[in-house]
Design a protein around this ligand. Structure first.
Ligand code: HEC
Ligand code: HEC
Ligand code: HEC
Ligand code: HEC
Length: 276
């Protein structure tokens, strides 16, 4: 609100007119731009994607103002506007990255996925594309750093926006809180003490566990959103995990992980962490 007032005050002061790349010198013929809903946008810009709708259908903005700052209110810049185009290749690339990096093992995206972290459908509604870009580029604690390049992040943001728009899932996501606490050594959970040196995992009840980055992140391991492991595509279950811990090489001949011996009580505790 305050910044809105400030901008109104600033705009009351006569401003130097901004020379846009394609700024029209003469006024547009009456009604022509307005009739398409493009308003002031085409005073300063050339048209494109004309068959797909008006400027604001893809870029937002306020077409009733001649002033750039106001016309650009909540503008969706070109690089994040691909999601408005049907089967755009940037969006398809983003969907491919979402699948191969198994974002859904933690996030709800396009109406499907786990709730170990916030729903990206809700994030797409509440946040700007720039904020989503930043969240992937500089991940919060608990979110893996995938070290994506700029074009990959742009593709991901476009696909997150596209599937959120398509899924039409307007339900608020369940309240999300991730627990981060330095655990007392004695009270450490079994995952942190026996797996956490090499692995990480998010547990609904216990929060973000482990510090390891040398081994796969085990978040959502028993769900269908967990990625198929490299040399086998079988799903993980309690039985399979028990076999794996007893001797990983029985399941995967080239496995690097050493066996970890847990008694029944410890295994039960581990399952409680990983299943929640
Ligand atoms: C008074 C002139 C003016 C008006 C009116 C105007 N723009 Fe712009 N626009 C500019 C200029 C100058 C730039 C380049 C500088 C910048 O990005 O700030 C620009 C940049 C843009 C960009 C590119 C931003 C990016 O980073 O990709 C988009 C998209 C855009 N405008 C859309 C619109 C839309 C949609 C409207 C109408 C609702 C509109 N503009 C109205 C002058 C204008
Ligand atoms: C169907 C969606 C769509 C519509 C309609 C649309 N744009 Fe865009 N716009 C995009 C996309 C996607 C980009 C990104 C680059 C590209 O594909 O050209 C973009 C890029 C831009 C840019 C940045 C160009 C550059 O090279 O940096 C400007 C400015 C712009 N659009 C203005 C407008 C204006 C003004 C209108 C209305 C006359 C409009 N757009 C209509 C989707 C759209
Ligand atoms: C191991 C679990 C995990 C995986 C896998 C994961 N994330 Fe996250 N992500 C998190 C956590 C934890 C946060 C921070 C808390 C929150 O906002 O959910 C987060 C935050 C985000 C945010 C900010 C959300 C907001 O509301 O501000 C975005 C965007 C995001 N992740 C995108 C992705 C994308 C894209 C992928 C896949 C390439 C991905 N994440 C994979 C755990 C994960
Ligand atoms: C000393 C490091 C280390 C410890 C401790 C460790 N792991 Fe691993 N783990 C690995 C490595 C490295 C891999 C990579 C796969 C391989 O070995 O081929 C792995 C792989 C796995 C996999 C397969 C994941 C996949 O997607 O293929 C599971 C499941 C697993 N570990 C569970 C556990 C559990 C549960 C614990 C604790 C009880 C644990 N690990 C402790 C290093 C460790």
């Amino acid at each position: 609100m305050a910044s809105y007032i400030v901008s109104l005050i600033l705009l009351a002061i006569p401003i130097i007119s901004i020379q846009a790349p394609y700024c029209a010198t003469a006024a547009s013929p009456p009604g022509s731009a307005a009739s398409r809903g493009d308003g002031s946008c085409v005073n300063c810009h050339m048209r494109h994607y004309e068959k797909s709708g008006g400027c604001v259908s893809c870029h937002n903005g306020n077409p009733f103002s001649e002033r750039m700052n106001i016309a650009h209110y909540r503008l969706i810049s070109g690089k994040f506007a691909h999601f408005r185009i049907e089967r755009d290749k940037t969006v398809i690339e983003g969907e491919r990255l979402t699948n191969i990096h198994a974002c859904r093992r933690c996030h709800h995206i396009g109406g499907s996925g786990n709730f170990l972290a916030s729903s990206l459908d809700s994030a797409a509604i509440a946040k700007t594309p720039e904020e989503i870009y930043e969240a992937i580029k500089r991940p919060a604690s608990g979110m893996p750093d995938f070290r994506f390049g700029e074009s990959q992040i742009i593709a991901l943001v476009n696909s997150i926006e596209a599937v959120a728009a398509r899924s039409g899932d307007k339900r608020a996501s369940p309240p999300f809180s991730l627990i981060f606490k330095t655990l007392d050594k004695k009270k450490r959970d079994i995952f942190t003490s026996r797996c956490g040196g090499c692995h990480k995992a998010i547990s609904r009840k216990k929060g973000a566990l482990g510090n390891g980055i040398t081994a796969p992140n085990l978040s959502g391991i028993f769900t269908r959103h967990y990625p198929a492991s490299f040399s086998n595509s079988g799903k993980w279950s309690g039985k399979r995990l028990k076999e794996w811990l007893g001797n990983p090489r029985k399941i995967r001949p080239m496995a690097k992980m050493q066996p970890v011996f847990l008694d029944d009580e410890e295994f039960r505790e581990l399952m409680e962490v990983l299943e929640n």
